[in-house]
Design a protein around this ligand. Structure first.
Ligand code: GTR
Length: 336
């Protein structure tokens, strides 16, 4: 299939997927048109983000008497986050739950959330995303002239810690020589390299294979991703470096959004906000469950005492990516 044909097929597919006419032709039939929004996530069924979007779908169906529903494609069924963003931009899917990590190259201000150690703790991060700054950045995304996405809400994603197959990381020097998978955004590769490791950028969908074949020695992520992704099978040393605390975003295809009535748009935005709170509750429980599963599976978890050394080592990352956002960084720091 040529690229052009594939694109045409995709666009035809999206027509069928997003809009199923309830019968007849004409304005009344259009008003009754049943909409099935395709949603996707890299995580499996049962993961807090997936469950929260499914719950949002149920509310949507109830509020529209079945006119709008959500069909969930979990477990990377529609590809990794890069592919998800592209499909949402095309309107081939409507809802994508992605990390703020890969959003930095689209909306540079998001890179401030991606800076290592930018949040003091989970409560600080939640205050920032729930408050003025969080709203401002989501609006920036929605108003972006070419990003093609509407920001619905944020979701929690805990703290990211380094894991690998070789040894526990207790000091910065322990990372030396280790090949660690990082998310697809140069900021993260720079972060790992500044810590002395070898950062390797790749999609979440390629990681298990890369660990199995030894292309990388490990990666970094929160407990639920490490556990549900079965990463502990290949990298049993989980070291609590807590170097990143990156929220997630739920985005909607701008292409589809522009075809919706004002009422449907506001319903969607309202349910998005509710999904944020719903996911947070699920997240806190899941984090605890994942730690338990990790311990049962024999994962070697270690605390990292001297975080100051890690913070000092990533200074070049702050200089490179933070300097142009100094005012925003200051405002984040001032959130109490
Ligand atoms: C997870 C996050 C995913 C994805 C993944 C990754 O914590 O929920 O959206 O970004 O990390 O490392 O790629």
């Amino acid at each position: 299939m040529t690229t052009l044909n594939r694109r045409n097929a995709l666009q035809l597919g999206l027509g069928a997927g997003a809009l199923a006419l309830g019968g007849g032709i004409g304005t009344s039939a259009l008003a009754q048109a049943k909409l099935v929004w395709r949603a996707t996530d890299v995580h499996p069924t049962g993961y807090p983000t997936v469950a929260a979007v499914e719950a949002m779908g149920k509310k949507l169906e109830a509020a529209t008497s079945g006119r709008i529903s959500i069909q969930m494609f979990p477990s990377m069924q529609l590809g990794g986050e890069k592919e998800m963003i592209e499909q949402a931009q095309l309107g081939a899917l409507q809802i994508a739950r992605i990390s703020v990590g890969p959003m930095g190259p689209l909306v540079p201000e998001f890179n401030v959330f991606n800076l290592p150690f930018v949040f003091r703790d989970g409560a600080h991060m939640e205050k920032v995303i729930d408050g003025e700054i969080g709203t401002e950045l989501l609006t920036k995304l929605s108003n972006h002239p070419t990003a093609g996405l509407i920001g619905l809400c944020y979701m929690n994603a805990g703290v990211r810690n380094v894991y690998n197959s070789k040894k526990p990381i207790e000091k910065v020097e322990d990372l030396k020589g280790l090949k660690i998978r990082m998310m697809g955004n140069p900021l993260f590769v720079d972060t790992m390299n500044s810590l002395g490791g070898n950062g390797v950028a790749m999609g979440f969908d390629q990681l298990v294979n890369a660990m199995q074949t030894g292309v990388v020695d490990g990666a970094e992520n929160n407990e639920p991703s490490y556990e549900s992704g079965q990463h502990y099978r290949y990298a049993k040393f989980y070291s609590k470096t807590a170097h990143l605390m990156i929220p997630e975003v739920l985005v909607f295809s701008k292409k589809t959004f522009e075809t919706l009535s004002k009422d449907d748009q506001s319903l969607l935005m309202k349910l998005g906000k509710e999904a944020q709170q719903e996911q947070r509750k699920l997240w806190n429980t899941r984090e605890e469950e994942s730690v338990k599963k990790m311990k049962d599976a024999g994962v070697a978890i270690n605390e990292v005492k001297d975080k100051a050394a890690f913070q000092a080592a990533v200074k070049p990352v702050w200089d490179k990516y933070g300097a142009q956002h100094a005012a925003l960084i200051e405002r984040i720091g001032a959130v109490k």
